[in-house]
Ligand binder design. Structure first.
Ligand code: ADP
Length: 353
């Protein structure tokens, strides 16, 4: 390594020597010929050889000084920032995303390096953010998987008991089925969200009647509201057409309706309304359920967030993250108003056809 850098240095010295020798020879020749012509001086061989020797040693000394100054300049303005960047890149390769490179002092440093350093630091910051999201996501998925898996394991063990009465066998088997359904639902939601986030789904837009879609989605919950004793109110404007991906949009209504029924006690009311302005369709899903605090409301669109843990068994905190993503893809808006013990209203606004 040392020999290599000495050779590199000698090579640099040689280049400077040639450069300086060339410049000085040209200047000297010009100077001597002008002097000789104007003064009519005759130069002897001794004079010429003494002048050549002096010039050679001057050139050698000047080259040495130039090489030394250039080496120091390069070390400070090129090699040092490059080393800092490569060291930081190596740390990132090893998984340390907290590393940042200090900008070079403006004095003497090439500003291009500061641009590279700026981009590098931004990249490190982005990578760090993505890594946090990834680890949080994995932690959340594993946590969410543990509960149904533990329940299923428990019921599986109970099922192995000898002489199990028929009703217990059915109850335990149902526990296993419910647990596996929950897991399957969570996996489906994770896959949907992943596909939506990676933009692998491109909305297949078509014009359709939004009121009809809302009624169809709502009817799928008929047995739920009947079983729970929840009243239904609808106020759906006619002939409100939207141009959107019907399948994606039904995901929004299904999640909002399912939450409204889940968080509303027996005797409560769920109302669905559709109104229209010149350019927008406005859907409101209102319930007289438990409502939520302002703090909960601030996080409900985050993945895996569950504000009300008493209902956590019935979901996985992915529903509203999906809803928000779909509304964003459709360039719509979603808002929520809620008061604890009074109820919640979700308002979705999308462009009309
Ligand atoms: P999940 O319903 O599976 O918990 P969601 O993403 O659908 O997940 O909802 C996130 C959280 O938002 C819920 O845990 C709950 O705290 C709150 N939430 C959503 N809808 C309502 C509602 N209609 N009433 C009260 N709280 C709600």
């Amino acid at each position: 390594m040392k020999i290599k850098s000495v050779l590199k240095w000698l090579n640099q010295y040689f280049v400077f020597f040639l450069m300086v020798a060339f410049v000085i020879t040209c200047c000297t020749m010009l100077f001597v010929s002008t002097l000789r012509d104007s003064l009519g001086i005759t130069l002897t061989d001794d004079n010429i050889s003494a002048a050549a020797k002096l010039t050679f040693w001057n050139v050698a000394l000047l080259s040495l000084i130039f090489t030394a100054v250039d080496t120091i300049r390069r070390k400070l303005t090129v090699e040092r920032p490059v080393k800092q960047i490569t060291d930081a890149a190596e740390k990132i390769i090893k998984g340390d995303f907290s590393v940042r490179v200090k900008p070079q002092s403006k004095f003497g440093a090439d500003d291009t390096f500061n641009q590279v350093i700026d981009c590098f630091n931004k990249m490190a910051e982005e990578l760090g953010g993505v890594e946090t999201l990834r680890t949080d996501f994995i932690a959340n998925v594993s946590h969410e998987m543990k509960t149904p898996l533990a329940v299923m394991q428990n019921y599986g063990t109970l099922l192995q008991a000898d002489n199990l009465p028929e009703e217990k066998r059915i109850e335990y088997a149902k526990g296993v089925t419910d647990g596996s359904r929950r897991l399957a639902e969570m996996m489906t939601n994770i896959l949907k969200l992943n596909r939506l986030e990676n933009q692998q789904i491109y909305p297949k837009t078509a014009e359709f009647d939004l009121g009809e879609q809302l009624c169809e989605c709502l009817l799928q919950f008929e047995n739920v509201w009947e079983k729970a004793g929840i009243e239904i109110e609808t106020d759906i404007a006619e002939d409100v057409k939207v141009k959107a991906d019907a399948e994606l949009l039904s995901l929004v209504w299904n999640n909002l309706f399912s939450n409204a029924f889940k968080f509303t006690e027996s005797g409560g009311t769920v109302s669905v309304s559709l109104t229209a302005t010149a350019h927008h369709a406005i859907v409101k899903v209102k319930d007289t359920g438990c409502g939520m605090t302002r703090e909960v409301g601030a996080h409900i669109f985050e993945k895996f967030y569950q504000g009300d843990t008493s209902h956590s068994a019935g979901g996985n905190g992915l529903g509203l993250a999906l809803v928000k993503r779909v509304v964003d893809i459709m360039h719509g808006e979603i808002g929520v108003e809620s008061a604890v013990g009074v109820g919640t209203t979700f308002t979705v606004r999308i462009r009309r056809a």
